[in-house]
Design a protein around this ligand. Structure first.
Ligand SMILES: NC(=O)c1ccc[n+]([C@@H]2O[C@H](COP(=O)([O-])OP(=O)(O)OC[C@H]3O[C@@H](n4cnc5c(N)ncnc54)[C@H](OP(=O)(O)O)[C@@H]3O)[C@@H](O)[C@H]2O)c1
Length: 247
């Protein structure tokens, strides 16, 4: 791989693992998140190949400025990964806090659209590029308590299908589902009470049994995905666990 990888959610978890794998593969990385200290520790791994952007993905101008700085140093992105995400409010669908729901939808859907606005025109102009949106199985399967998360990821998947359809041949765009992964997001989930999240005991058991993947394994699965032919990816929903099984 060569060129620029732009990744949101690069401060920790899955986005961080994807950024680190990109660096290990020789890519330059435009790393975006809100946590400046964590981005600085990523940049310290390869200062000559990392441009950090402290930005909330809901802030289109801040995302645009961060991407522009990375593009000015390293050229048009070859690969863009929207990994920033939040579970949002966990509760019954009729009890969701409206402001928290708005925030979850905005981080997931608007944040990804902001990233696309900042990166896709340059990729189309270059005539090549791949845009990956990190989704979740909750978009199509019910995990009681996750209505906000499921709605946000379903909206994200629809957005990606439109992006794939409308961008034309110069871009490959797909949704990528990591499956259960051991990150801060999962740790927070295990703290939720059973009344709001009826499956919490199951998630705690999965964690105790070591069923959660290391984020580095998800980054490896994304690399497996990127090696697939375009017609298996473009507009599709690609599951890390399926790829890892076939490995
Ligand atoms: N872990 C799993 O089992 C799992 C399964 C399926 C899908 N996913 C998806 O994988 C992605 C990464 O999640 P994770 O598990 O790695 O969670 P995580 O450890 O909580 O990381 C979330 C990342 O998103 C960033 N982020 C959150 N809100 C943001 C905002 N408003 N602006 C900019 N960045 C923001 C965070 O950075 P800052 O806080 O520094 O901004 C952090 O880097 C998410 O899209 C998640 O939905 C995770």
């Amino acid at each position: 791989m060569s060129g620029l990888l732009v990744v949101t959610g690069a401060s920790r978890g899955i986005g961080r693992a994807i950024a680190e794998r990109g660096l290990a593969r020789g890519l330059a990385v435009g790393a975006i998140a809100r946590s400046a200290g964590d981005l600085a520790s990523l940049a310290a791994l390869a200062p000559e190949r990392v441009e950090t952007g402290v930005a909330d993905v809901r802030d289109a101008a801040a995302v645009g400025a961060a991407v522009d700085r990375a593009v000015a140093r390293f050229g048009a992105p070859a690969l863009v990964v929207a990994a920033a995400g939040t579970l949002g409010p966990i509760d019954r669908p009729w009890r969701l806090d409206a402001a928290a729901l708005d925030e979850a939808l905005a981080v997931t859907v608007t944040g990804t659209a902001n990233l696309a606005a900042a990166t896709v025109p340059a990729m189309l102009e270059a005539g090549r590029g791949t845009f990956v949106a990190v989704s979740a199985s909750s978009a199509s399967r019910v995990f009681p308590g996750w209505a906000a998360y499921g709605a946000a990821k379903a909206g994200l998947d629809a957005y990606v299908r439109y992006l794939a359809d409308e961008a034309g041949d110069g871009l490959t765009a797909f949704s990528f589902v990591p499956g259960l992964t051991d990150t801060a997001m999962q740790a927070g989930l295990r703290e939720v009470d059973e009344e709001r999240f009826p499956m919490v005991a199951q998630f705690r058991r999965w964690h105790e049994r070591g069923a959660s993947k290391d984020p580095a394994v998800v980054a490896e699965a994304l690399e497996l995905a990127l090696a697939l032919p375009r017609d298996e990816l473009h507009g599709a929903l690609v599951e890390a666990d399926q790829l890892l099984k076939r490995r």
